[in-house]
Design a protein around this ligand. Structure first.
Ligand code: G4P
Length: 522
């Protein structure tokens, strides 16, 4: 086995944003700019259909549509860019978190009028946990926007992240008069076309009559202030995740998008070292290692097939090779790995670190699994989160117990919900981040497994994984809380908690048990 180097041309990233900030529009414009698609509307259409709840359910049932956007591979400037889609709906943030374990950098899209919003902050925190470098794109500059310095301040204050403006908007909304490309010292006209000259502040003011226009004058004043007070771009600080270069533009009007794409090519890091046990996986390691960060079922509605999305972490994945699933110990022949492009998919003959391939399988691969043809190793940091909603599953047709077990197991494997089986008594509890997940569960159990279920309130508010550092203490705890103990789908113990107070009390009473709100699958 020789050490591969092809990974050096890979840039694998995601776009994080609050719904409506413009992620879908920006994705489309990035693809248009790179020549991966030729018509506006191809991605947008999907985004729109995804937006409303009823349409979303329909799409979920038809499948095949959302899959194409799970990963989009395209080329630019001699590089292969893998853009991983993060589901926009807040209910599916768990899926989003896991997707972020498979990227090396992210573009954070902000709405220029709204700044940092709730979902932006949540997603940012996940990036921070993993030190993922962030490029910021302040979108919708063609509409009324907040003051540029104020936006930069907000990023610094709420995210504790240094900002280095790479562009400076001159005015916004109806007064939008172009962008100053601070990096290259040139001017980008209001229609998004770069001009060759590098006008000074005075020249712009003169050109656009800044003396008469207060907004433009304020923009220029802000630029002067920023020059004194803000740091310059620094690649090392960016890669450490402590500084973000900030771009401005309008995805809708294709302003500043080309410059953003160029920034990804120039600054986004190569595939990273993947945290793993017993030791991290280096992208240049000769052994092929990859991990599953997402599973999508029923891409072909006639067969109950599923596609596991695998991010290659090291070596070269070749079609037809055998990889070991470290969790189950079983070998898997990778017969038909697939690449996903903006509009089509293709058999993947070879993939290197940073690439994402879809591997069709019949339930042998789960989220968090590590595959390798080298020494046993398990990629870490792919979390499960304590559910914000915990509900009981009521089976309306008692003759279907077996089918229910199968449906819950399959859907949990896909990450639709988490399933907890109490160690005493029968029945199941399911955990979700949001109510839409529970609706999807009910509808898919009926449609795909003919299992009629009802979701009922539970007497518990949340669940905590119990990390047992002392078996005797766990025995004692389990004897007292028999009715609150369940297993997750890996057989790990879970405490079904009636209140936060109870969790705190147990943590105090049983100091050698840890009650964890997230579980790392590694
Ligand atoms: P999302 O994926 O982050 O949820 O956002 P999406 O791209 O779907 O954009 C949300 C809305 O914001 C859309 O408007 C879109 O057209 C608009 N938008 C995106 N980028 C820009 C921009 O740079 N400038 C302006 N002015 N608007 C932008 P919509 O009314 O919901 O849809 P549509 O009717 O415009 O398609």
């Amino acid at each position: 086995m020789t050490a591969p180097t092809g990974y050096k041309t890979r840039r694998t990233f995601a776009i994080i944003s609050h719904p409506d900030a413009g992620k879908t529009t920006l994705t489309e414009k990035l693809l248009l700019n790179s020549g991966a698609i030729h018509l506006a509307g191809e991605v947008k259409e999907r985004g729109e259909r995804r937006r409303t709840r009823s349409d979303w359910m329909e799409i979920e049932q038809k499948r095949g549509i959302s899959i194409t956007s799970s990963v989009m591979t395209f080329e630019h400037d001699g590089l292969t860019l893998n853009l991983l889609d993060t589901p926009g709906h807040a209910d599916f943030s768990e899926d989003t978190y896991r997707t972020l374990t498979a990227v090396d950098s992210a573009i954070m899209v902000l709405d220029a009028a709204k700044g940092i919003e709730a979902q932006t902050r949540k997603l940012f925190e996940v990036c921070r946990m993993r030190d993922i470098p962030i490029i910021t794109f302040v979108n919708k500059i063609d509409r009324e926007a907040r003051d540029t310095l104020e936006i930069l301040d907000e990023i610094m204050e709420t995210l504790a992240l240094d900002t280095a403006p790479m562009m400076w908007p001159v005015g916004a909304g109806v007064d939008f008069s172009g962008l100053i490309d601070l990096e290259r010292g040139r001017f980008i006209a209001p229609d998004g076309k770069p001009e060759t000259d590098a006008p000074g502040v005075e020249a712009i003011a003169e050109r656009y009559g800044a003396t008469q226009n207060q907004q433009i004058a304020a923009s220029m004043e802000g630029l002067e202030l920023s020059r004194e007070s803000l740091p310059k771009f620094d690649q090392a600080a960016f890669e450490e995740g402590t500084l973000t270069p900030v771009y401005f533009g309008s995805a809708l009007k294709s302003i500043g998008v080309r410059e953003l794409l160029e920034a990804v090519c120039k600054f986004a890091p190569e595939p990273r070292t993947q945290p793993a046990a017993p030791q991290p996986v280096e992208p240049g390691d000769p052994a092929c290692t990859g991990f599953v960060f997402k599973v999508q079922a029923n891409m072909d509605p006639n067969h109950r097939d599923r596609v596991a999305f695998v991010r290659v972490a090291s070596g070269t994945l070749k079609r037809g090779m055998r990889l070991k699933n470290v969790r189950s110990g079983k070998d898997l022949k990778v017969a038909n790995p697939m690449f996903f492009f903006a509009r089509e998919r293709e058999l993947a003959d070879e993939a290197v670190a940073g690439d994402v391939v879809g591997i069709p399988n019949h339930g042998t691969l789960s989220v968090g699994d590590t595959l390798t043809d080298g020494e046993d190793v398990t990629v870490t940091g792919i979390p499960n989160f304590a559910p914000e909603l915990l509900r009981r599953v009521h089976l309306s047709d008692a003759s279907k117990t077996k089918q229910l077990a199968k449906a819950l197991s399959d859907l949990a494997e896909e990450g639709v919900v988490q399933v907890f089986k109490p160690t005493l008594g029968s029945g199941y509890y399911v955990g979700a981040v949001g109510p839409l997940q529970l609706e999807v569960l009910t509808s898919r159990a009926q449609a795909e497994y003919s299992v009629p279920i009802r979701i009922e309130p539970a007497q518990y508010v949340t669940a905590r994984w119990v990390k047992v550092n002392n078996a005797a203490q766990f025995e004692k705890f389990a004897a007292i809380h028999r009715l609150n103990i369940a297993e997750d789908r890996y057989g790990d113990p879970v405490f079904l908690a009636p209140s936060q107070w109870e969790i705190d009390r147990c943590a105090k009473d049983y100091p050698e048990l840890e009650f964890m709100a997230t579980k790392d699958r590694g």
